[in-house]
Ligand binder design. Structure first.
Ligand SMILES: [Zn+2]
Length: 332
């Protein structure tokens, strides 16, 4: 909820760029005008860059990425008949992992490679543990992947300026808005639905009304109220797992948890790498509170979560400032 105001500000600005007063729900992922789209990356360049970014944190993690790249562990090529998306599969008996992705030369797909290699590194540091200590809860399953993509994202910001930087920041804000605002709307929705379920069976109209209400609140009033997505509950399979109530929150948890760990790396540099590796190793044996304690954090402390939301606040500020500068130079 702390993050809602600056995402609302970002959406207001984005609406302006798109030439509308308020963003519709379908504008959330709308690409900005073509001049903002980033440059293309080659696969060879991506391999070097991801390895270099990992090396800024941990040589061991970089060596692992290099091994994965040069051993044919990553199926990145787009070809007819291949399924879309990306995932990592671990082979516990062989002690190896493989990554499937569809590399299209955008910076986003560079980040996806880093994300999946983060999952692969997570498995790598746990692979010698007994199977029952490798079973990671959902809250911690995305820690390594988000941490790895953050290594790439933050490092890339050090060397890009102008429109490239605008595009990159906007991409990250778009993702953050999904993880923090949309996931929050799903939480509000489920809360309302569970509370009402005690008094009988709600109708489809009830679900739509709660969803619309949840979206208005979670996006800080920044969405066009005539163009919300009241049927979101119908199309998201996340609401239909009978044994998983509030299944959505681990995404927000995972994002903020990984960013808080990343802030430790920013403070301590490479000396945080062994702490991080041990912490990942324990993710199947200890709960999130105990894992946070290994990095010196308390989950009950709002300051811990603020470390994550602050990253997006700074990015939203930076994006807005940069955009204003661009507007001024465009007019001149
Ligand atoms: Zn993932």
């Amino acid at each position: 909820e702390d993050a809602v105001p600056f995402f609302a500000r970002y959406l207001k600005k984005k609406a302006g760029i798109l030439g509308t007063e308020k963003c519709a729900f379908f504008d959330l992922f709308a690409p900005l005008p073509a001049s903002f789209s980033g440059r293309r990356w080659s696969w060879a360049e991506t391999q070097d860059y991801v390895t270099e970014c990992f090396a800024s944190f941990s040589d061991e993690m970089a060596d692992f990425a290099h091994h994965a790249f040069t051993s044919g562990w990553i199926d990145a090529e787009i070809r007819p008949g291949k399924i879309g998306g990306a995932y990592m599969t671990a082979f516990p008996l062989a002690g190896e992992s493989r990554v499937m992705c569809n590399f299209d030369g955008t910076f986003n797909s560079v980040m996806t490679v880093a994300h999946e290699l983060g999952h692969a590194w997570h498995f790598e540091v746990m692979k010698d543990l007994p199977a029952f200590r490798r079973d990671v809860p959902m809250t911690l399953a995305e820690t390594a992947s988000i941490f790895a993509e953050t290594l790439v994202f933050r490092r890339s910001l050090q060397t890009c300026a102008g429109e490239e930087r605008l595009a990159r920041l906007e991409g990250h804000l778009q993702d953050g808005c999904q993880t923090l605002c949309d996931i929050l709307s799903r939480f509000y929705f489920e809360k309302a639905a569970f509370a009402a379920a005690e008094n009988g069976s709600p109708s489809a109209d009830d679900f739509c009304a709660w969803m619309a209400e949840a979206q208005k609140k979670a996006y800080g009033g920044a969405l066009d109220e005539q163009a919300l997505h009241p049927y979101m509950w119908l199309v998201k399979c996340h609401y239909y797992s009978a044994d998983l109530a509030f299944y959505n929150f681990p995404y927000a948890f995972g994002q903020l948890f990984a960013l808080a760990l990343f802030s430790r790396f920013q403070e301590e540099g490479k000396s945080f790498a062994p702490v991080y590796k041990n912490l990942l190793r324990m993710t199947g044996s200890q709960n999130a509170g105990q894992i946070a304690a290994l990095a010196g954090f308390r989950l009950e402390d709002p300051e811990f979560w603020r470390r994550g939301t602050d990253v997006f606040r700074q990015e939203a500020d930076g994006w807005e400032r940069l955009f204003q500068k661009k507007e001024k130079t465009d007019i001149l």
